[in-house]
Ligand binder design. Structure first.
Ligand SMILES: Cc1cc2nc3c(=O)[nH]c(=O)nc-3n(C[C@H](O)[C@H](O)[C@H](O)COP(=O)(O)OP(=O)(O)OC[C@H]3O[C@@H](n4cnc5c(N)ncnc54)[C@H](O)[C@@H]3O)c2cc1C
Length: 513
């Protein structure tokens, strides 16, 4: 790993992570004329999610023309739901085309970021050295640190064990007895991709998923030609995909009862393929559709109907040698165990590494549940923007829309700092943050995520939904279009001018959610 820092390196902005969030931030900074920034990435390549998830069958479940940057349309998407290699290649191109490479430092895992109250900057420690930054944009991803449950006896399993986001490409699955733990978004892509080659595939399912048909198809050469030659056609396509999803939001957030019709569709999708009544019963959810992420697949049910696949309707409880024991006592022999058990979502690792003004970590600040002002700013953690922060996730649309909205907010924070002049920092007021979150949680009460009768990764250990945005992406974009200075305290370095009064007309404290 190269030693890249000078003795006392200081930058205007440090971005953590180089997925959609970090790369998007880098583009926005360059476009704003800011060149004094770094992107710190712990891995050796860009891409985040789309670098790490290389499992067979990995693809997006939001159409590619929407799951991409608005400022970087790609006429060449090969399918309506493109696969991981194409999305990864798209992000690599973003790094090249927008000239981001000189700013990116690989192997630069942020070990700690500590707010320096006297100097009003972040002191950031990486394995290659320390640097300081006026502002930090943390884009470490909501789904970037795998979660493997603590299963008794797992360490004594004689075969291979890995997580879906850390696929072991050196191990051939051909002819092997494979156990797949979990039936979430990754697992339902993996199962049909590996079923034809394995000797047996056993799925350990705690809760069945609602699965809808995947309207995936190849994008024709004519369409690609059109999007290339007449770019507005791509914009229209994106707009249509976006609009349809915006219209669906009401059913998720205000009228979950309307989702019953979609349940009928999902039920018919399953019954068309699964003829065995016992298997049907195992695969039929008992909660409202949408409560957990709705999955899209045309190949999952056909794979489950194959003779070499078994669904164990119970979670993995224990491992005894090469025998996997489910909570209901079912025993399965396996050569390889693959965990499709998701990520550390409500206890994000970076929060344990960010230390705020009063010496507490972000994880300590969030000990009663994550929260932030407009998903972006946390009291006591000045000049920090959390991209895909608390309550910014989406149940049905593209996270890139949220990322771009939050980058508008981050860029406005930087503009406000410039406008304040001298050495200044903006710290979210606790009162404004509380008002924002109180309203947000009130809105959450009616949503399908809270009322649908399921336990999902959207909820934290206390059962509070700290991950999903309970509105449309347009509402979120409006809420994050600019900083409302009244929601922030202006901090000045010692010896600098007195704190500023809020700028007139800059917005009222705790604006509507
Ligand atoms: C399999 C899968 C499929 C998905 N499909 C969709 C989809 O179809 N539609 C959708 O909207 N969303 C989807 N998502 C969600 C997806 O994570 C987001 O859409 C988006 O990619 C997040 O981008 P990000 O930059 O915030 O985070 P990431 O892409 O996770 O990038 C975070 C980066 O931060 C780096 N990092 C983390 N910690 C540190 C540290 N301490 N120091 C330095 N670097 C660090 C990581 O190495 C990583 O490169 C999917 C997620 C997964 C896992």
């Amino acid at each position: 790993m190269a030693e890249w820092r000078s003795a006392h390196e200081h930058v205007r902005v440090a971005v953590i992570g180089s997925g959609f969030g970090g790369l998007g931030a880098a583009v926005r900074l360059r476009r704003a004329g800011v060149t004094d920034f770094v992107v710190l990435e712990r891995a050796e390549a860009v891409g985040g999610t789309w670098r790490d998830n290389s499992y067979p069958g990995c693809a997006c479940d939001v159409p590619s023309h929407l799951y991409s940057f608005s400022f970087a349309p790609n006429a060449e998407w090969p399918r309506s739901f493109s696969g991981q290699p194409h999305i990864r290649a798209y992000l690599e191109r973003i790094a090249d085309v927008f000239g981001l490479r000189p700013h990116i430092r690989f192997g630069a895992e942020v070990i700690s970021a500590r707010w320096d109250t006297a100097r009003l900057c972040w002191e950031i420690e990486t394995p290659s050295g320390t640097l300081t930054a006026d502002m930090v944009i943390s884009a470490t991803g909501p789904l970037s640190d795998p979660r493997i449950p603590d299963i008794p006896g797992l360490s004594g399993f004689p075969g291979e064990v890995w997580h879906s986001a850390r696929w072991n490409h050196d191990y051939g699955l051909g002819g092997k007895r494979v156990a797949l733990i979990g039936t979430g978004a990754s697992a339902i892509q993996i199962a049909p991709a590996i079923q034809p080659e394995v000797r047996s595939l056993t799925l350990f399912q705690r809760t069945p998923a609602w699965v809808l048909p995947r309207l995936d198809r190849r994008i024709s050469r004519a369409e690609r030609w059109l999007h290339d030659r007449v770019p507005v056609s791509g914009t229209l396509r994106r707009g249509l995909l976006w609009g349809v999803r915006e219209l669906q939001v009401q059913a998720f957030t205000k009228r979950p009862g309307q989702l019953g019709a979609i349940e009928k569709l999902a039920g018919a999708h399953m019954r068309r393929v699964i003829k065995d009544p016992v298997l049907r019963a195992k695969l039929t959810p008992d909660y409202r559709i949408g409560c957990k992420r709705i999955l899209l697949s045309n190949s999952y049910y056909p794979a489950l109907a194959r003779p070499n696949v078994e669904v164990v309707d119970s979670g993995l409880a224990e491992v005894r040698g090469s025998t996997l024991v489910a909570a209901d006592g079912t025993r399965t022999e396996a050569d390889a165990v693959i965990f499709g058990t998701g990520f550390q979502v409500t206890d994000v690792p970076i929060a344990h590494r960010i230390v705020g003004a009063d010496g507490a970590t972000l994880a300590e600040e969030w000990r009663n549940g994550m929260s932030a002002l407009r998903g972006s700013s946390v009291p006591g953690f000045p000049n920090l923007v959390t991209v895909i922060g608390p309550n910014t996730g989406l149940g049905n649309s593209s996270m890139v829309l949220i990322i771009e909205a939050q980058l508008n907010y981050a860029m406005d924070l930087l503009r406000q700092l410039d406008a304040l002049g001298g050495k200044a920092a903006l710290d979210a007021r606790r009162s404004a943050t509380e008002v924002w979150n109180r309203r947000l949680q009130q809105r959450m009460e009616r949503t399908v995520w809270n009322t649908g009768g399921c336990d999902s990764w959207y909820l934290d250990a206390a059962g509070r939904n700290t991950t999903v945005w309970p509105g449309t992406t347009r509402e979120f974009r409006n809420a994050t279009s600019r900083i409302r200075l009244a929601e922030y305290e202006v901090l000045r370095a010692r010896g600098d001018a007195e704190p500023e009064a809020p700028v007139a007309g800059a917005g009222s404290e705790g604006g509507a959610v």
